[in-house]
Design a protein around this ligand. Structure first.
Ligand code: 13P
Ligand code: SF4
Length: 320
């Protein structure tokens, strides 16, 4: 099938099967363009809860599909590539959390949404990068907290709220990789640029940022800002939506530490290679196949889903 045929077949199937296609900002441009809804992980969960579609196709990674399935147990939830994982979610297994909890009696468990359903089932309240600060602020000051799996988001939240949450030692392989030296160099090359960073970035990058926020928050900032140049320290897929919303502005991706592209003079070329290989597993062909065959369905057993739903619903209620 040509690209155009693939596109029209996806649209036909979507209508025929009363499906909704939802995509995260880290998806490729073609998937973002065909989606009915694009959003960050909080927005995807909120939108899934409202849909009247029979089938929800989550163009994102496995935990996003699980979150949608847990809050919409009666819907069929499909992910184009069901093997699309997440290095953060992989860094904390349910048995690890169980042990961590046993070692910390009296602590409350706050988990980033980038976790498996089994980890959520052991969690008191879930957060995303959009609402983590607000939710932590809503908890009693003396409450002792175990926060996982992202140590970078956790230490950022500790720094802005003055908490001393215990942090799990997990990180996102994309956000960990941004080069501090390259960011410093780019800041002198673009002295008027604002630095936008996702809180999954390591502390040295966050320190250099003008704005720290979820993908949605960074987009909102770019839209409203009077500045015309931005250095972007998050997955480069978001630049497609930034450029679409702000055609008169210039977005420069911050390169990763191991970027090995050099120009003729031997200077490192800033490149858009901060891509999440898991997010990029989804393709238009796989989107078509999963809709056509209704395959790659997310299944969460009822016991786990019922337990995991509690911490997600708590988060959604506190995010209103
Ligand atoms: P948000 O969508 O909450 O900004 O998180 C980014 C991310 O890494 C999703 O996996
Ligand atoms: Fe997970 Fe990082 Fe990819 Fe997000 S960007 S899905 S946190 S590996």
């Amino acid at each position: 099938m040509t690209e155009e045929q693939l596109k029209s077949e996806i649209l036909r199937l979507k209508k025929e099967k009363n499906a909704i296609i939802m995509a995260h900002y880290y998806q490729t441009k073609d998937i973002q363009q065909i989606a009915d809804f694009i959003g960050d992980s909080l927005a995807l969960a909120q939108r899934a809860k409202q849909t009247e579609a029979d089938i929800i196709v989550i163009c994102g990674v496995h935990f996003m599909g699980e979150t949608a399935k847990i809050i919409c147990p009666d819907k069929k939830v499909l992910v184009p590539d069901i093997t699309a994982g997440c290095s953060l979610a992989d860094s904390m297994r349910a048995e690890d959390l169980k042990k961590w909890k046993q070692e910390h009696a009296g602590y409350m468990v706050v988990s980033y949404v980038n976790t498996t359903a089994a980890v959520k089932a052991l969690t008191d309240i879930c957060v995303t990068s959009s609402n983590a600060r607000k939710i932590i602020d809503s908890l009693p000051k003396e409450q002792k907290i175990l926060f996982g799996p992202d140590k970078n988001l956790g230490s950022y939240i500790n720094s802005v709220t003055g908490r001393k949450m215990e942090l799990w030692n997990g990180a996102c392989h994309v956000h960990e990789r941004f080069s501090v030296d390259e960011l410093i160099r780019l800041r002198s090359e673009y002295p008027n640029a604002k630095v936008l960073a996702h809180p999954e970035c390591k502390a040295a990058i966050i320190k250099l940022a003008d704005v720290v926020g979820s993908t949605q928050a960074l987009l909102e900032y770019a839209k409203k800002a009077k500045e015309k140049e931005f250095l972007v320290a998050t997955e480069s897929g978001i630049i497609f939506e930034m450029e679409r919303l702000c055609p008169d502005k210039h977005f420069i991706p911050v390169p990763p530490e191991m970027s090995e592209k050099y120009d003729a003079e031997g200077n490192l070329i800033p490149c858009a290679c901060n891509e999440c290989n898991y997010m990029r597993q989804n393709t238009m062909q796989k989107l078509y196949d999963c809709l056509n065959d209704e395959k790659n369905e997310i299944i969460v057993d009822k016991y786990t889903a019922d337990k995991a739903r509690v911490c997600i619903e708590r988060m959604l209620n506190l995010s209103r």
